[in-house]
Ligand binder design. Sequence first.
Ligand SMILES: CCCCC/C=C\C/C=C\C=C\CC(=O)SCCNC(=O)CCNC(=O)[C@H](O)C(C)(C)COP(=O)(O)OP(=O)(O)OC[C@H]1O[C@@H](n2cnc3c(N)ncnc32)[C@H](O)[C@@H]1OP(=O)(O)O
Length: 243
Amino acid sequence: MKMRNPPVNSLSLEFLTELLISLEKLENDKTFRGIIITSDCPGIFSAGLDLLEMYGRDPAHCAEYWKAVQELWLRVYLSNLVVIGAINGISPAGGCLLSLSCDYRVLANNPKYAIGLNETLLGIIAPFWFKDVLVNTIGHRAAERALQLGFLFPPSDALQVGIVDQVVPEDQVQSTARSVMAQWLAIPDHARQLTKNLVRKPTADRLLQQRDADIQNFVRFISRDSIQKSLHVYLEKLKQKKG
Ligand SMILES: CCCCC/C=C\C/C=C\C=C\CC(=O)SCCNC(=O)CCNC(=O)[C@H](O)C(C)(C)COP(=O)(O)OP(=O)(O)OC[C@H]1O[C@@H](n2cnc3c(N)ncnc32)[C@H](O)[C@@H]1OP(=O)(O)O
């Protein structure tokens, strides 16, 4: 699955909906047993959640958006398919969550391709289920530092901390992802799927048990004047960077 939402594969409501429909189709087609998620935007896996879906929007829109974010996460995280991330670009925040929700992550060895939950740098916080997935992946202490400081790990650090499973030369990302897929597909589906569910369900259940409350919390938080100001400042910084 090649994500194509130029210029930066931001996860807009429309794009999330397209991803959800595509994933659902693949899940329902029994001839598919695995997917490799990668990007069609040069140098960018995904810029994460679309800030324009959260800035200057009314509460109803923010609620609809957050529901779609939850939905995509649950679908990828709990997918019965083998999901491999072929991460061929930078992957901050929501882009990192998407990567972390794969069963295996292969990152291209380019110092620009940083990955991490950088929410605090935007003046916002990573929701508890983003945090849970990071803690599950790199452990409590590493996650507590990474989250507070908004670390974006370059490939060598990402491998060391375990946020990705493998770092390979850029031209080998897709072929490595395909080899890894072959290994994973050698396992009988029912055994692998039940095991995946056993490991991941408790984390997903934490959100499933309070989805509506999570949406309300998000809407309240994102609608605060101070948070809207932080988003404004961050968006302006992105604009000014262009010069
Ligand atoms: C108490 C209860 C709490 C509940 C929970 C509360 C809160 C949680 C809320 C939110 C969680 C959010 C998670 C996220 O994912 S936030 C998004 C984080 N993403 C980033 O920080 C990345 C920002 N982008 C970049 O750093 C660069 O764009 C990038 C390195 C990806 C690419 O750089 P490049 O130089 O190639 O391109 P740019 O010129 O910077 O960008 C082109 C164009 O795209 C716009 N843009 C970039 N990123 C985003 C984005 N994430 N959303 C929307 N738009 C984006 C950028 O502004 C440019 O636009 P324009 O100037 O051409 O109009």
